[in-house]
Design a protein around this ligand. Sequence first.
Ligand SMILES: Cc1ncc(C[n+]2csc(CCOP(=O)(O)OP(=O)(O)O)c2C)c(N)n1
Length: 395
Amino acid sequence: MAKRAEKKKTEPALGEIAAPEWERILREMVLVRKFEEASEKAFRKGKIGGYLHVYSGQEAVVAGITSALRKDDIVYAGYRDHAHALLLGSDPKDVMAELYGKASGVSKGKGGSMHLFDVDRGLYGGYGIVGGHLPLAAGTAYSLRYSGTDRVCVCFFGDGAMNIGSFHEALNMAGLWGKRGMCPVIFVIENNGYAMGTSVDRHSAVTDLSARVEAYAIPSEKVDGQDTFAMRGVADRVISQVRMTGRPYCIEAITYRFSGHGAADLFQPYRSKEEVEESRHRDPILILSKRLREMTGLTDEDLQEMSDWADEEVAEAVRFAEEAEEPDPKELFEDVIALEPGREPDGDVSSPLHWGPRDEGGGEEDEEDEEAEDAEDVEAAASSEQAGDEEGEEE
Ligand SMILES: Cc1ncc(C[n+]2csc(CCOP(=O)(O)OP(=O)(O)O)c2C)c(N)n1
C-alpha cells in the first residue's frame, strides 16, 4: 500500500498533467535529439569551433525538470547544455548560431557550445569548468530567498563534478543556509555513468552519489532518468517543497549518454559496443512515445508529424547559423571585466565591472594616506594605554 502511494508520487497520472502537455514535452525532446544530431554533423564539417558535447540519451532529465519550473525560476548547467537552453525556450536558431560563434548567438558568439546564456529564459549559463557553477547556484538561491521571493534555482551537473572542491564548498553552504530556510536550490546530478572515460566506480570512493550529498544535511533521492514521467513526478513534488521551505534538495537522475563524451571522443575504449547498444532500449524518447501511445492514443502519424516539424526547425536553425554575421572583433572587450590594454575605465570606477589598470600615482597616495591613518591609530592607542597605566598607578 505504502509502495503504491510512493509510486504515484513520482509518476503523475495523465489527469494531473494534460495530454497535450505531455505531447508538447515529447515534441521538444525530439527537437533536442535532432538538434544534437545536426550539431555533431556541423562540428565534423568544421563549421563549429572549440568543443561540442551532445546530450542525446539524457533528454528526459532536463525535460522532466524544466517543464515543472516557473518562468521566473533560475537554471545553471554544466557544459553539456544545449538541451537546457532549448527546453527552457531559447530559440533553436540563436542556440545554433552560438555554436557557430555568430554574433546573433545567445551569448553573442563569445561562449560557444559550453557557455550558453539566456537570462530572459532563466538560463544563467552553461559552465565549462567542471563544478564551477555549483557555488554560483547556491549563492543565487540564497539571494532569491534573501530578496523575499519564492523562486527556486536548479543546478544540473554530471557525476564527475562531484569530485571537485567547489562541489563540497557549495553543498556545505547550501546545507547550512538551508537550515534557516535560506537556500531554495535543487541540485540535479545527471549521472550518466562516466566522467569523460572514467566510470563512476573508478572515480568515486562512494558510488551511491545521492548518499554523499546527505553528508551536508541535504536530502536526496534517485530517479530513473530515462523515464520522463518519473522525472516530471519527482520534479513537481521537489520543486514545490523547495519553493515552500527554502531548503535544498538533490535529485540523482540515473541516465546514459548515447554519444561519446565530446565530438572528439570517437572510439570510446572505456565502454563496450554492447553496452551502448543495450542502452538504446532505454531511449527516453521511445519510452515516452510508447507511454503516450497507450495513454493518449498518440499515433504513428502524430509521431511522424513531430519528427518532420523538428527536422524543419533544425534545418532552419542551421541555415540561420550559417548565414549569420561573425561578431565584430571589438566585441571581444565588451561584457568582460578586463579592459583593453591602455584603455581608461569609464563610468563608476568603484564597480568591479570597471576595474582597470590602477593609476600608480593615485595608488601611492592612497597607500601613504593609509600609512598615515595607521600611524595615527597606533599613536592614539599608545596614549590611551599610557593614560590607563597612569590611572592604574594612581589607584
Ligand atoms: C575543473 C575542471 N577539471 C577538469 C576538466 C576537464 N573535464 C572536462 S569534462 C570532464 C568530465 C566531467 O564529467 P561529468 O561531470 O560526469 O559530466 P558529463 O560529461 O558526464 O556530462 C573533465 C574532467 C574541466 N573542464 N574542468
